[in-house]
Design a protein around this ligand. Structure first.
Ligand code: NI
Length: 171
């Protein structure tokens, strides 16, 4: 099932999600499938559960855009444990469609998370994957990428979004 993507302005995107504790829940596996399906439908490389209105610490990532099953990643209760180097590049978010900004991130990022079975693991990614690790983990703590840009640029996006919302073009 493809879920609609929740847009910037919805409070679910700006509060910390809940830690997942029940890994025997059959609905968790259905939810993970639906998250991949929703992410591919929206042409994203990452999706966090709050973006489909579910306030739980779950994210999916696929930097291959569905081209390579080996790149499908599930991060449950992730934490960024190491950040090395830096990269500056354009970043966007499915919840803030139509906008992209230059964002500084780590070049090499290590996350500690649990997989779909609840087993803990650590993984290090570089470049786009490093950026996705930081972006998606941020989502689960209620932080959007625009919290990493200047207040001036953030306010500009906020004003444009308000205008689109008033025109009924932001839902
Ligand atoms: Ni995002």
């Amino acid at each position: 099932m493809v879920y609609p993507i929740v847009k910037y302005g919805d409070p679910v995107l700006e509060r910390e999600a809940e830690t997942v504790t029940d890994f025997d829940d059959p609905e968790l596996h259905k939810l993970l499938e639906d998250m991949f399906e929703s992410m591919y439908a929206a042409k994203g490389v990452g999706l966090a559960a709050p973006q489909i209105g579910i306030a739980r610490k779950i994210a999916v990532i696929d930097c291959s855009n569905g081209q390579n099953p080996a790149e499908k990643l599930v991060l449950i209760n992730p934490q960024v444990v190491k950040v090395e180097g830096k990269q500056v590049g354009e970043e966007g978010c499915l919840s803030i469609p139509g906008f992209r900004e230059q964002v500084k991130r780590g070049k090499r990022v290590t996350v500690r998370a649990q997989n779909a079975k609840g087993e803990p693991f650590e993984m290090t990614g570089e470049d786009l994957l490093a950026r996705a690790f930081q972006h998606e983990t941020d989502h689960l703590y209620g932080r959007l990428y625009i919290s990493h840009i200047s207040a001036l640029k953030r306010d500009l996006i906020r004003r444009k979004v308000k205008k689109l919302a008033r025109a009924g073009e932001w839902a």
